[in-house]
Design a protein around this ligand. Structure first.
Ligand SMILES: Cc1cc2nc3c(=O)[nH]c(=O)nc-3n(C[C@H](O)[C@H](O)[C@H](O)COP(=O)(O)OP(=O)(O)OC[C@H]3O[C@@H](n4cnc5c(N)ncnc54)[C@H](O)[C@@H]3O)c2cc1C
Length: 442
């Protein structure tokens, strides 16, 4: 259980929860909706812990269904991964459809693809909640950094078009990729017209405003210190208040280690880093990526990048496997950025930040009723911008007793624990991830 001292002053990553971490998003986001920390003891029907995409998706859907719901968040709304990610709109799961077919069978794989498309359609509805449409720009490029991967990508594209009828996706050869991304690093890839990029903190705040308008009560700066069950309800304690709730959703991402053993066994945190250059000359910025699309590549520790609305390159690259973040994040990300775009050697870095994402052993979300009336929705494994708001909403429906096909599919997914038990699961995972990360450098 987290102690009030550790969580009141800083997140588990040691970061200050009183404000959003310094980032280009925090510098360009609108004010959050007016909301106060919890300073009383209250009884409510539904409580959501965690104010990221998953928790906000659930609170919004519950409130829209006329339910009484309170959401508590340790920091400001969108403080976690949802307010500081790469903003890449990627359709699908961390595992590609052929992997899902092999491990779950074709009918379940098709059901998963249908959920991914429904999640993408849901995102369009959520974008409309923000006056700028969260700065959404269409188009997502997958870039292969090894020549040997190009044939695999071509086969994948053909499979998606034939098996799933997904013709927004097309393959790209070596000549074309160099016209799309101004880098000698890539040999081919694919373009998905259905993907894109957006400003994730605007999305989180738009969802928060809509949830409040629908009747949800949001309490930022209200960390859950403990959750316990008595004979009638769940009791959640915060530093200055308490909530008794009949039904609780834990949507705490990679930030709640030690709060609930069942979630800890299935979800582990990884830190990942992003930097933005100072604004570039608009023509120079536009020349980096054709059509202002988003790009992510084939590395195990993925490089992902895009140009912002004010003509900066936003570049994500590099991760670490401890809560502590590097002291000089700009210096950590810069060599990765220059590996892809050496022509930016003279560009200053204006903002640099890290975030914690939650992964599961199979890189598929962990969506479960873990104990009676206690749900978890977590482990989006790096692809939560599209999926987390939708699966949060699906959880909201399941909690409210509304039939949710998405929840039914997801709760049936195999959910292995990380091997090694509480003491060894962390070092075991670090060893495995470090091995794969090393292969990127070969
Ligand atoms: C650097 C980075 C880049 C990424 N890039 C992309 C990308 O480009 N595209 C993509 O699809 N995905 C990306 N992701 C992943 C994506 O951001 C996540 O999958 C998604 O935001 C998960 O949403 P969530 O609601 O589950 O978690 P979070 O957004 O992390 O929300 C969980 C919240 O719970 C709160 N919390 C935790 N413990 C407590 C407690 N005890 N009491 C109260 N509140 C608590 C936290 O403060 C946090 O705000 C990235 C992630 C990171 C870190």
């Amino acid at each position: 259980m987290l102690t009030s001292r550790s969580i009141e002053r800083a997140g588990p990553s040691g970061e200050d929860t009183r404000r959003h971490p310094e980032s280009w998003y925090a510098a360009t986001a609108p004010q959050p909706p007016a909301a106060n920390a919890l300073r009383e003891s209250v009884i409510t029907e539904y409580c959501v812990v965690g104010g990221g995409f998953a928790g906000l998706g659930a609170a919004l859907r519950l409130a829209q269904s006329g339910k009484e719901v309170r959401l508590i968040e340790a920091g400001p709304i969108g403080w976690g991964a949802s307010g500081r990610n790469g903003g890449q709109v990627h359709i699908g799961w961390n595992k590609e459809q052929p992997w899902l077919e092999k491990h779950l069978g074709k009918p379940a794989a098709h059901a998963m693809w249908d959920i991914a498309l429904a999640a993408r359609a849901n995102l369009d509805t959520l974008l409309a909640l923000d006056p700028d449409h969260c700065e959404f720009r269409p188009g997502h490029i997958h870039a292969d950094h090894k020549r040997g991967f190009v044939a695999e990508t071509r086969a994948h594209v053909a499979h998606m078009r034939e098996e799933y009828g997904y013709d927004a996706l097309r393959a790209v050869d070596g000549d074309e990729i160099r016209t799309l991304v101004a880098s000698a690093n890539y040999h081919g890839g694919s373009v998905d017209a259905g993907g894109g990029h957006l400003h994730p903190l605007k999305l989180a705040l738009g969802m928060a405003r809509a949830a409040v308008a629908a009747g949800a009560k949001l309490h930022p700066h209200s960390p859950c210190l403990s959750i316990e069950r008595d004979s009638k309800a769940w009791r959640i304690t915060t530093p200055q208040g308490a909530i008794r709730a009949h039904k609780v959703l834990m949507a705490t991402g990679g930030y709640a280690k030690g709060l609930l053993g069942e979630v800890d066994a299935h979800v582990l945190p990884i830190n990942n880093y992003i930097a933005t250059t100072a604004p570039l000359d608009p023509a120079r910025a536009a020349a980096l990526i054709a059509g202002n699309r988003a790009v992510s590549d084939s590395r195990f520790v993925v490089y992902y990048f895009r140009v912002t609305s004010d003509h900066r390159l936003l570049f994500g690259g590099g991760e670490s496997y401890s809560y502590a973040m590097p002291a000089d994040i700009a210096g950590f990300v810069r060599p990765h950025m220059l590996r892809i775009f050496p022509q930016l050697h003279d560009a200053a870095i204006d903002h640099a930040w890290g975030g914690t994402l939650a992964i599961t052993p199979q890189r598929l979300p962990y969506v479960r009723e873990v104990q009676p009336n206690l749900w978890a929705c977590n482990g989006f494994s790096g692809v939560g911008v599209v999926l987390a708001p939708y699966l949060g909403a699906a959880l909201g429906e399941a909690m409210a007793g509304i039939e949710s096909a998405a929840f039914e599919s997801l709760r049936r997914l195999p959910a292995p624990r990380f091997p090694g038990g509480p003491l060894l699961r962390w070092p075991t995972m670090v060893a495995a991830l470090s091995f794969f990360a090393l292969r990127d450098r070969l």
